[in-house]
Every structure is written in C-alpha cells, then in structure tokens.
Design a protein around this ligand. Structure first.
Ligand code: FES
Length: 119
C-alpha cells in the first residue's frame, strides 16, 4: 500500500483505527452478512476488551460492510490495512492485544489479499 499522506496534512488524531463489520442483510440474501455470522458477539467483546485496555491513541469501532463479506466476520486495522477474520471473542482479544497494543500480528487470523482481477 502506498503512503498517501502529504506533508501538509494535519497530524493523525489516532495512531490506529480498528473496524469490525457488523453489517446485516435481509434474511435469505445471497451474500449473507457478518451479522449473520456472529459479528454482534464479537463486537460486544471488542467494546469490553478495548475499554479495559485504555488505549488512548487508538479506536475500535463497528462498521457497515467492509466489502469482504465472503471472509466475514472481518475486521481491519488502519493505517496498516491488515485484515483479520476473528471467529470468537478470544480471537478479538488476541488481535486487540497483539496488533493494536503490541504492533504484532495474529498470523493465524490474517485474511490474505484477494488475487488481482484476471485481465
Ligand atoms: S457484510 Fe461484513 S464485510 Fe460485507
């Protein structure tokens, strides 16, 4: 990913921002949604764990569709642009503590980049 900040941009307000998709689609929708795959339980864990961590330089938020529905539930950490597919509250806790607080990576939960479209 290319650095897109300009020297004239204001300093970032947060060092890192984590988003967890909780998007919900109507029952029977062919794509399904992170909501249908358990995202709300993960979101509650995220809120509670993040609050206890007291990380003043970061944020953890729920979001609408992040565009990777087939991998869901998904979460992404910016500015790194690193994607995770947590399945349990313990997975969420591991990402928060390892990546957000420690700048490590939870390799077993990483979502690889999609292959480029065929030409
Ligand atoms: S519904 Fe979660 S990424 Fe699309």
């Amino acid at each position: 990913m290319t650095e897109r900040r300009l020297p004239s941009d204001p300093k970032p307000h947060f060092r890192a921002h984590l988003f967890l998709c909780t998007n919900r689609r109507p029952p029977g929708h062919p794509i399904g949604s992170c909501f249908d795959r358990g995202a709300m339980e993960l979101a509650e864990a995220m809120r509670n764990i993040f609050k206890d961590m007291n990380l003043d330089d970061s944020r953890a938020n729920t979001s609408g569709c992040l565009g990777r529905c087939d991998k869901g539930p998904v979460m992404v950490v910016y500015p790194e642009g690193v994607w995770y597919a947590p399945r349990t509250p313990a997975d969420v806790e591991e990402v928060l503590k390892t990546h957000l607080a420690g700048n490590g990576r939870v390799t077993r939960l990483l979502v690889p980049a999609d292959p480029p479209p065929a030409e």
